[in-house]
Design a protein around this ligand. Sequence first.
Ligand SMILES: NC(=O)C1=CN([C@@H]2O[C@H](COP(=O)(O)OP(=O)(O)OC[C@H]3O[C@@H](n4cnc5c(N)ncnc54)[C@H](O)[C@@H]3O)[C@@H](O)[C@H]2O)[C@@H](O)CC1
Ligand SMILES: [K+]
Length: 490
Amino acid sequence: MIGVHTVEEIRAAEDALMARLPDGALMQRAVAGLVTVCAGLLDGVYGARVVVLAGAGNNGGDALWAGARLARRGAHADAVLLNPDKAHAEGLAAFRAAGGRLVDLGAAAGALAAADLVLDGILGIGGRGGLRGDAAELAALLRAGRTAGAVVAVDLSSGVDPDTGETPGEHVVADHTVTFGTGKTALVVDPAATVAGVVHHVDIGLGPYLPSPELTVLDDADVATLLPDPGRESDKYSRGVVGVLAGSAQFPGAAVLAVGGALHGGAGMVRYAGPDAVAVEVRQRWPEAIAGPSPDVVGRVQAWTVGSGLGDGREDDVRAALGAGLPVLVDADGLRGLPERFAGPALLTPHAGELARLLGVERAEVEARRLHHARAAATRWNAVVLLKGSTTVVAAPDGRVRVNPTGTSALAAAGTGDVLAGLAGSLLAGGLSPLDAGSVAAYAHGLAGQRAAAGSGYPSAADVLAALPGVLRSLRGVVGAGAVHPLTAE
Ligand SMILES: NC(=O)C1=CN([C@@H]2O[C@H](COP(=O)(O)OP(=O)(O)OC[C@H]3O[C@@H](n4cnc5c(N)ncnc54)[C@H](O)[C@@H]3O)[C@@H](O)[C@H]2O)[C@@H](O)CC1
Ligand SMILES: [K+]
């Protein structure tokens, strides 16, 4: 599991740790990790052209120290100082002593064009509000591909907002980020996460001084632990029965996919509630599913999945399922029938457009502030909100958030959301909390998308569904914390 901390928490931990260490020791730990990654990216440090972009703070200090160490190993190091009067004094002195040269802004474009590696040390966790002036121009040059070299962000891409993952203005687009001490929201939540590139974590010893994180990123071992484990004594009822209220004459496939997702999620039985014509299609594909016309008559379940492809005119059925006093997952058309607030366990799975409509804001506003809006909806409806998209965010009303690391653009295909809804509903029926069910389902669904894409390039929802059993089997085989799973090692 990767924990993500706020700037305030990081600063408090740094202060506590620095009080026990000689001056500058913490920065040197960070720099050592940074230089190791940079050296690994270069095809030999000797003779490589390195350009350091250094702002006025400690982030610039890190970059200048790293430039100094690379220069000592034979690199040609140039530095562009954004605020020469306030540049980090020790870092700058070390850089010059190592033979590094200062380049003025007028010559920066030429230096960047020739660089093998660019170190972005303009702003770190002290940055707020996007880049301005000269820094903005340099970032725009990098974004326009004006360097062939790798762009390595120090701690995070300059100009992104550390604690929200928002990009309020001009910012650096990095190929790699070397981050210190712990994760930051900007490294995992879009739109900022997209411009972090590959993230490398450097341990600087903050761990004992950091609180338990509110925002986490699960890994294979976490998911393996959370997946329901049907014991020897289990029967189809004790494994959980999930009801699926989905699909319509217009969208019968949604029912087939949601029931398929539910069948793979470990529930002992799936009861499908819907019109006969759709039920026939469901049972043709999944003979093991039980079907009935409505939630009231289909039989007892332990959780409901409601809404995928439901269309209009099923308001009474939605009310019946949501009013049954059971854990519920609400997707797609079901989201139009939400109660004022949920009293019991609930998991909502909107995409950005659906969340925008729920909250009465523009879709672009949700895309720009994904974490903020997922959290706002979680509080508003007292439900866990799984906001689908480039980085799926699962936000609980108690403030906890899980960000899914397995997402892939391969999942941007019709019907994949129906599979996810069925799978997560099945996990709810198996006894998982909405936060666990949502984050585990998103994780496995993402891996299934990756696997399906490896097979067909542009997988359909049916391909993703077909990949799920193998993914879940592999995940269940992961034993013990920290185990490396073959799927993520691929
Ligand atoms: N505190 C420590 O012990 C350590 C800090 N480290 C580095 O220090 C960084 C934090 O350093 P700082 O606190 O000095 O802050 P930064 O270097 O991130 O920012 C410097 C200053 O820039 C100004 N600023 C904010 N937004 C701006 C904007 N949009 N445009 C222009 N200027 C803006 C602020 O006054 C801010 O304090 C971390 O990201 C990390 O790279 C690491 O060396 C590890 C150890
Ligand atoms: K930076």
